[in-house]
Design a protein around this ligand. Structure first.
Ligand SMILES: Cc1cc2nc3c(=O)[nH]c(=O)nc-3n(C[C@H](O)[C@H](O)[C@H](O)COP(=O)(O)OP(=O)(O)OC[C@H]3O[C@@H](n4cnc5c(N)ncnc54)[C@H](O)[C@@H]3O)c2cc1C
Length: 621
């Protein structure tokens, strides 16, 4: 097994050049977060995670968690002491509100810490991850009483959080939740039902667990609209804030899994009478009744970014291991090596290709995820309302990309690390297979990547009539133009241009457009976005849509390209094609589009208001 070293220089580069941490430190709230201090903080975190948390990664995988007959769960050897050290050092509090004991650092600094923690030990990192999400939900939706009771203990890490959405019949279709919540005379609620797959739903790391639970009140509307969110603590609190009676929440079993074996995945039963008979577990409404999805979305969006980060963190850990192995392992003679030499496999071009693929993709993943987190910081704390609004849109656009692409790449890259190890990668001895197994869940939980795609296409690409993503593509097109102009990077620039062109074409086809025959009338279900984006044949994005301005009510004629340097190169590339082929290609595209329309008027679930209720529900997951 190799040691883990936090990639401090790479992280510092992204914080400085992509996230502009120095600018964030000029916000009033972050005045103390100057880059030099942040770099010192991360260096210390790197030492702590490498020394204290990383060594428990293979042992946690080998040992897993244990559920006892009384429903209690113990984590692998060493986890309790390591968690105590983590809490004592205050790592979990760094990005939270100082009013409740937090460090008041930007969220992107919290993300950097989380990367290091997750690379060190993903299973262990699940407890702080879920706690962070619960803190965020309570901060945004709780009243002062709830905040004062729960936030200080959760921010310090003395209590952990859990997220309870999934039920046997409610996975992606969260609107099918059946857990019941009945209001009691004192204003609290009685919760009864079963939740499955609850990460750190029961464990021995902390003295209390704050479950956030989705449930349905008796007269609630069907589907996601009728869901409410409740705080259900494992231990109820006495008037003086000390821990009181055990709430009626029981861990009925834990799962035997492919990976993250040190993270207990629990089936929780609420209100089955195992602890007292109050007619259900005692819960407290968080936010408004029947607005639970909005509350839980605060937690889920945060968790989605964190799960995207898991893809990056595991890929980084696997890369470090593969790089080390490729130096140590000798096989065959590399091109140019002296006769009779047994070369390190790192000298073989194919192994280099794999390593470079990993390294380059990891760099891109880190830029995406950190840019996403910095956008969240700006959306919450920028002084200028315009900057806040723009950053909110960017964060919304990037979240399904961070989660979906980040985790797809996490599985891909950890798989490449196994490949670099050859047969030793497939056996457990080297430990690299653990990263691959651990990564496999990331494309599944927090909304499967299929659900992320639906979110991206159905909600995010259509934001402001498609203008948000087009602004993003315009920027990418400009960058591509600059790369093409710099001769040593022209190949990368050309590839980026080609991607921007393809994406632009896809976005254009997906953007809501008014129907031709009802001139000016917005499409059903797209009143706002169509009106704001395409209405009257004018597009809000001068640059990206410039080529098509004035004819948006008709069918699209070819892709809309970035208007500046990069776009000109792309246009020239296209113009190189013979005129006959261009015309033919256009005609074919049209016919193909017509056929697709005939088969499925709008093939994207989540966009079409005509879809049945069951399919509409997944938009909310
Ligand atoms: C280790 C682990 C930890 C977890 N932790 C938690 C937790 O802490 N809290 C919690 O609440 N849940 C948790 N989960 C549950 C997890 O979020 C769900 O497993 C996930 O949301 C998928 O639901 P499902 O398993 O029911 O799959 P299903 O919803 O049955 O999906 C099966 C397949 O169908 C696809 N699919 C389903 N519906 C659609 C659709 N409308 N359109 C297109 N494709 C669709 C999916 O993409 C997937 O490929 C955890 C799960 C695991 C395994």
């Amino acid at each position: 097994m190799t040691v883990y070293a936090a990639p401090l220089a790479d992280i510092a580069f992204v914080l400085d050049r992509i996230c502009h941490l120095g600018d964030l430190a000029e916000f009033e709230q972050f005045a103390h977060a100057d880059p030099a201090l942040v770099n010192d903080l991360l260096a210390e975190a790197g030492r702590f995670m490498a020394d204290t948390i990383a060594p428990l990664n293979p042992t946690g995988d080998a040992q897993g968690c244990t559920r006892h007959p009384d429903g209690s769960v113990t984590t692998p050897d060493g986890f309790v002491a390591a968690y105590r050290a983590y809490v004592d050092a205050g790592w979990g509090a760094v990005p939270f509100d100082p009013t409740y004991g937090g460090g008041g650092f930007p969220w992107v600094v919290g993300i950097a810490l989380q990367e290091i923690l997750t690379s060190a030990n993903m299973a262990f990192s699940m407890a702080p991850l879920l706690t962070q999400g619960a803190i965020d939900a309570i901060s945004h939706h709780g009243d002062d009483a709830l905040r004062n009771v729960y936030l200080p203990k959760m921010i310090s890490g003395e209590w952990t959080g859990s997220m309870n959405l999934t039920e046997p019949d409610a996975g992606s279709d969260v609107g099918a939740v059946r857990t019941r919540a009945v209001r009691a005379e004192d204003g609290s609620y009685r919760i009864s039902g079963t939740k499955i797959f609850i990460s750190f739903g029961e464990h021995d790391l902390a003295e209390n667990i704050v479950h956030l639970v989705l449930a349905r009140t008796p007269d609630a509307a069907p589907g996601t609209r009728g869901i409410s969110c409740f705080i259900v603590p494992k231990f109820l609190l006495n008037d003086d804030g000390s821990l009181g009676a055990h709430n009626d929440v029981t861990c009925v079993s834990i799962e035997h899994k492919t990976g993250i074996k040190g993270s207990p995945t629990c089936v929780l039963s609420f209100g089955e009478g195992a602890f007292g008979d109050e007619g259900g577990a005692v819960g407290y409404l968080l936010g408004e009744e029947q607005r639970g999805m909005a509350t839980m979305f605060t937690m889920m969006n945060q968790a989605r970014l964190s799960v995207g980060l898991q893809g990056l963190a595991l890929a980084e850990r696997a890369y470090q291991q593969a790089l080390q192995y490729s130096h140590d392992r000798h096989q065959g003679r590399a091109p140019g090596a002296p006769a009779g030499e047994s070369s390190s496999i790192v000298d073989h071009p194919d192994v280099r290709r794999m390593l470079l693929t990993m390294k380059a993709t990891i760099e891109a993943m880190r830029r995406l995820v950190y840019a996403n987190a910095a956008a969240i910081d700006r959306s919450l704390h920028a002084a200028d309302p315009g900057e806040r609004a723009a950053a909110t849109e960017v964060a919304a656009l990037l979240t399904p990309l961070s989660k979906g692409w980040g985790t797809d790449m996490g599985v891909e890259l950890t798989g490449i690390a196994v490949q670099i190890h050859g047969g030793m990668g497939f056996v457990e001895e080297t430990g690299v297979a653990q990263h691959w197994r651990d990564s496999r869940i990331t494309t599944i939980y927090e909304g499967t990547n299929g659900i992320q795609a639906i979110d991206l296409v159905g909600r995010k690409l259509t934001m402001r009539g498609g203008a948000v993503v087009k602004e993003h593509l315009t920027e990418a097109g400009e960058l591509a133009g600059r790369l093409v102009a710099a001769s040593e990077l022209s190949l990368a620039g050309g590839r980026l241009l080609s991607s921007v062109e393809t994406d632009g074409r896809a976005v254009h086809r997906l953007a809501p457009r008014p129907r031709r025959r009802s001139a000016g009338a917005p499409r059903r279900g797209h009143a706002v976005s169509a009106g704001a984006g395409d209405g009257g044949g004018r597009r809000p994005d001068g640059a990206f849509g410039a080529g098509c301005a004035g004819r948006s009510r008709g069918r699209p004629r070819g892709p809309r390209l970035p208007a500046r340097q990069g776009a000109r190169d792309a246009v020239l590339l296209r113009a190189d094609r013979p005129a006959g082929r261009r015309a033919r290609g256009r005609g074919l595209r049209w016919r193909r589009r017509a056929r697709v329309r005939h088969r499925a008027p709008r093939s994207v679930a989540g966009v079409d208001p005509r879809l049945g209720p069951a399919r509409r529900r997944v938009r909310d997951r």
